[in-house]
Design a protein around this ligand. Structure first.
Ligand code: NAD
Length: 490
């Protein structure tokens, strides 16, 4: 019988109040893995009330004690990483090693959040006037929630959740309805943490669940990651209900290749960046802008590197690229490839009609490369979110930066060069939140904020590190007067 997934609320596994369910399928073979509730307002009401009730005791638990649960959380993730990674690969499609890499990133965030006793400290000014001192305290907000996308089922909730609970908030995780099994298993494993009931909850669902999160008065802060139109909606709606919102959106990331770049290294890194996770990464390189005269062999070698990538079921050893998430996603990507052909771009490598023996029912698309792409065309401007790379050439670095800065997205931009001057100009002038210099995926470590500009981010404070701590706390400023005539009596 097909497994029906449950919510985790107040330390219990409970059925959703929704009577509607969605199929969860393995993208590599179409096999039905489970059914997930579409979610309901009542589910969120239940979780928000329990999180709210748990908060008063949790916020009064000393930070030094709260981190003890995070130490255990790290151990649980470490000890069960193979099992978690396998579930992730089965429902999300990425390779087993890509799933394992996600766990490492999740753990790094737990580790940073373990520094909370120090990170919560504030500033104190003595004698701002005679006998008057001023300082501030960071206090938690109450219940918070995160809403995740499908492409990093393990890592993304950890950009927010460990910091939120370390700061003394209680929390609700809403996984993507396309990949709900991984977080369900993680929550099952978290029963070993013995966290107080209601501190950490998980509710499944889609739009109705998200709307309930946006509206519920007990939820004070929302972290979202997903596509830009939804990010904008989440930000605007959440803010209109008086909540704190940080909403990370989509991307179209350019990589600039200068004539002095080391050809072989650059090609290897670009192929990894564009085709890793089947291009379903918000930091994936999707545009290559070559500057001036690049070696003639550049595109030829890039095509060879792309062709050499082994596509298949992510659980099979040696496979470097899995399927895309759903049949609809595959069809959408194939249509965009056709639009690219119709726009006059030269299709150097066509990933449509790839055949993976034994996995004919999978959503596979092979690496695809276009050359001479027009910067006004749909394939240049649209986030394809698949293994499709567009190449175009400009005369100067200045032209490349101008082109990048015209984009509505600003998640990341990378440059490959041996020139310190070119790298500095690029770093200084490019309008993007994460910059890579001879790096293909400029993914910030957990002790840096995961930035993002323009339509790739709505809000002020980003996920991870000190930004996450500021986001999940509010500052209370205290000014104290202690007259000499009172204090000197002691
Ligand atoms: P998505 O926007 O479709 O869904 C993300 C979440 O929003 C899901 O939990 C979903 O249930 C919910 N949702 C979807 N439509 C909604 C609606 N109309 N109203 C309310 N909630 C809704 O994104 P996805 O397809 O799951 O993920 C891929 C996208 O995420 C890509 O655009 C990718 O670039 C982006 N992404 C961005 C980052 C980043 O750091 N900037 C990281 C990972 C993924």
């Amino acid at each position: 019988m097909t497994r029906i997934l449950k919510n985790y609320i107040n330390g219990q596994w409970v059925e959703s109040k929704s009577a509607r369910f969605l199929d969860v399928r393995n993208p590599a073979d179409g096999q039905l893995l489970a059914r997930v509730p579409e979610g309901s307002k009542e589910d969120i009401e239940d979780a928000a009330e329990k999180a709210h009730l748990a908060w008063s005791s949790w916020r009064n638990t000393p930070a030094t004690q709260r981190v003890q649960y995070l130490f255990k959380m790290k151990q649980v993730m470490d000890a069960n990483s193979d099992e978690i990674a396998e579930i992730c690969t089965k429902e999300c499609g990425k390779t087993f090693s890509e799933s394992k890499a996600e766990i490492i990133r999740a753990i790094e965030n737990i580790e940073v959040a373990c520094g909370i006793p120090k990170l919560l400290q504030s500033d104190f000014s003595e004698d701002i006037a005679k006998g008057v001192d001023e300082f501030y305290i960071r206090q938690p907000l109450g219940a918070g929630a995160c809403i995740s996308p499908f492409n990093f089922p393990i890592m993304i909730p950890f950009w927010f959740m460990p910091y939120a609970i370390a700061c003394g908030n209680t929390y609700i995780v809403k996984p993507s309805e396309k990949v709900p099994m991984t977080m369900t298993r993680i929550f099952e494993l978290f029963s070993d943490l013995n966290l107080p009931e209601g501190v950490l909850n998980m509710v499944h669902g889609g739009k109705e669940t998200v709307d309930a999160i946006l509206e519920h008065p007990f939820i004070h802060a929302i972290s979202f990651v997903g596509s830009s139109p939804v990010a904008k909606y989440i930000y605007q709606t959440g803010v209109s209900y008086g909540k704190r919102v940080q909403a990370q959106g989509g991307a179209k990331n350019p990589v600039v290749v200068m004539p002095d770049a080391d050809e072989d290294t650059t090609i290897r890194i670009i192929a990894d960046s564009a085709f890793g996770c089947a291009g379903q990464r918000c930091l994936a390189a999707s545009i290559v802008i070559t500057v001036g005269k690049t070696a003639e062999s550049f595109t030829e070698k890039l095509v060879l590197a792309a062709k050499a990538r082994k596509t298949g079921n992510g659980m099979k050893p040696g496979v470097e690229m899995g399927p895309v998430i759903t049949k609809e996603s595959k069809e959408r990507i194939e249509k965009l490839i056709q639009k690219g052909v119709d726009s006059g771009a030269r299709l150097l490598l066509d990933g449509r009609k790839i055949n993976i023996p034994e996995f004919e029912g999978g959503n596979f698309i092979g690496p695809t490369i276009f050359e001479d792409v027009n910067s006004d065309s749909e394939i240049y401007k649209t986030e394809i979110f698949g293994p499709v790379l567009c190449i175009l050439n400009v005369a100067t670095l200045e032209d490349a930066i101008k082109l990048i800065n015209k984009s509505s997205y600003g998640n990341s931009a990378c440059i490959f060069t041996r020139s310190g001057a070119a790298a500095r100009i690029f770093r200084h002038d490019t309008l993007a939140g994460n910059i890579g210099i001879n790096i293909g995926i400029a993914a910030p470590m957990a002790f840096f904020p995961f930035s993002g500009w323009k339509e790739s981010f709505y809000g002020d404070l980003h996920g991870q590190s000190l930004h996450a701590i500021e986001f999940y706390t509010q500052t209370k400023v205290v000014i104290e007067r202690w007259h000499d005539e009172w204090t000197r009596k002691f």
